[in-house]
Every structure is written in C-alpha cells, then in structure tokens.
Design a protein around this ligand. Structure first.
Ligand code: PMV
Length: 317
C-alpha cells in the first residue's frame, strides 16, 4: 500500500482545443496552446491498495461517478481498490479548467502510488485520457499540444514551450457565475462537430492560429498573442452557437465583462479576453496592467482573481 499526494494547476487555452478525432482516447481534432496558472490548484491524494474503493471530492463521497475508477484502470489493470481524496481551491465544472488540473494531479499521484515513475511525456499521455486539456497541465508556463498521428495516441501529448518565468504576464479571471455548466465539453464538442456549418472552417484555421501564438510567445509580443487568442475563442464559440440546438455558454454578465475589456483596449491598455465552455472571462495582460484590469472588471464580476504563470504538476508528499 502506497500513498502519494500531487498538486496541479489549471491551464487556460490561448488557442483552443475543441473537437475530438477519437473519443475513448481523447485525441484532439485540432492543436492548441495554453498557459498554466498559479493560484488555483487541485491537490489529490491516492492510496493504492485500500480496503474499499472510495473517491472523496471536496469532502463529498462520489458514489455515482465512475470516471475516477475508469481512469485508475488506465494506470494499471488489474489493480487493487484505491482511495482518492481530491480538493480544489476554486469553483469546479464552471469553465475554470478544473478537469485539467484534476486529471493532471490524479495521473501523477496515482501512477506514483502504483509504483510507476512516468516521465512528463508519459504523464501527459495518461492525463489526456482523463480529460484532453489535462495533458497540458503536466507542464508549467506556456505549453503546446500538437496533434499526434498514431491511432493509439502514444504520440499525442503536450510539450513545454516556455517556462513560467519566461514572460511576466497575468491572467485576470472574472467569475460571473458560480454554478456548474449546462453542457459538458465532450457533449458540446460532439454537438458542434455534428451540426455546426462552421466546423470545417474551425478545423482549417486552428493550425495557423497555433503557429501565430507560438511565434508571439517566443517574441513576447502580447498584442499578437492577445489578438490570435481572441480570434480562437470567438471562432470556437461561433461553432458552439451555430450548433443545433445552439450551445450558449455566455451569460449577460459575460458580455458586460467583454465590453469592459474592449473599453480598456480603446484606452490603450493591452488586455485581451478568452472564454471556455462556461460563462467566465479570462483576460490576458502585462503584469503592470493587472491591477487596472482587475479594478475595471470588479464592478461587473462576482469575483476577480489575478494569476501569474504557474508550474507543472508535482508531487508534494
Ligand atoms: O479537457 P476538456 O474535455 O474539458 O476540454 C476543454 C475544452 C476547452 O476548455 C473549452 C478548451 C481548451 O482547450 O481547454
């Protein structure tokens, strides 16, 4: 019996992953680029070999949700019953990338508790099978997730572009709603693929946006990065909103925050917005502008957090 605790941070996609070419392995239909954030985190303790299988999520026992047990089967099979205790210090399932930090922390804690010493690429491949975006939270800072070519997904993993200290940017997170999202990302991706007439354009434009974003990161060019980041999020939401029936993750308050971001830009402050499968808005800016941005968003938000680039998943005990 071994017990290991690991922690991981969410990552926010700068160029979005939206669409799967394989559902059981979470192989993406498009490449993506992300930034791992500090501040928000998931901490997960796995005991490999417990009297009964038990999953405690933020203090509540999960009885109906088999996702964790299925994921543990991917770590090793057959395996003993395990105890998993996981805690988030931020709202879960609301478009704040809790599945990314959750499966990254679980991949690391479970594989170590099972006696495996996986390297970061192997961990990224494992985490991806829990939730696609989790493969990027294995790494800190700026991260790319290219599409592999193998049907078994063994070459489909994230890779680090630049570490958290490379560029002192901030992600200002505006929380406008704290409830869980109505349609999960897997169902939303599938509906977009199956029914949005914009889907072929989304697939066609994504590799170019990734290339642009990587170039902008290397050049530390925030305007270029912010511009392509906004294009990616609006293109993704366009495929959602033109699906049948439409997927609308935004709330009126989402638009209020977006208008504030555009108003800041009109005043010459470099701030760019991105949204995921939820109503929250994340705003990329230079460290020096973060307080101005946060104060402008506060009146139209429930809560505002300012996050710096964060480190990758790591063992804490
Ligand atoms: O990892 P999933 O299945 O929760 O998908 C994440 C999808 C987005 O957050 C909307 C975009 C992304 O690249 O993270």
């Amino acid at each position: 019996m071994a017990t290991v605790t690991a922690t991981a941070h969410p990552n926010i996609a700068l160029v979005k992953y939206w669409g799967k070419r394989d559902h059981s392995l979470n192989l993406p239909a498009v490449p993506s680029v992300s930034l791992t954030l500090d501040g928000f985190q998931t901490t997960t303790t796995v005991t490999w070999g417990a009297p009964v299988e038990r999953v405690l999520f933020d203090g509540v026992e999960l009885v109906e949700d088999p996702r964790v047990s299925r994921f543990l089967d991917r770590v090793a099979y057959p395996r003993p019953p395990c105890e998993v205790v996981t805690n988030n210090n931020f709202p879960t399932g609301a478009g704040l990338a809790s599945s990314a930090s959750g499966f990254a922390a679980l991949a690391l804690a479970a594989s170590r508790a099972a006696g495996q010493e996986l390297d970061q690429v192997e961990l990224s491949i494992l985490a991806r099978q829990g939730s696609g975006s989790a493969c990027r939270s294995i790494f800190g800072g700026f991260v790319a997730w290219d599409m592999g070519g193998r049907p078994d997904g063994r070459d489909d993993h994230a890779r680090p572009l630049k570490g958290p200290d490379f560029w002192d940017v901030r992600m200002v997170v505006s929380v406008v709603e704290d409830g869980p999202k109505a349609v999960g990302s897997t169902a939303g991706m599938e509906r977009s693929r199956a029914s949005s007439p914009l889907w072929p354009a989304w697939l066609a434009m994504s590799p170019g946006m990734v290339k642009q974003a990587i170039g902008a990161i290397h050049a530390r060019d925030l305007e270029r990065l912010g511009t392509v980041m906004e294009q990616s999020t609006f293109a993704m939401h366009a495929t959602m909103q033109t699906a049948v029936p439409p997927l609308l993750y935004w709330q009126p308050t989402t638009l209020a925050v977006l208008q504030q971001v555009f108003a800041l830009r009109a005043q010459g402050i470099g701030a760019w917005a991105t949204m995921d499968a939820g109503p929250q808005v994340k705003v990329l800016c230079e460290a020096a502008d973060a307080e101005t941005v946060a104060s402008a968003l506060a009146p139209v938000s429930l809560q505002v957090f300012v996050h710096s680039p964060g480190v990758g998943a790591h063992v804490v005990a």
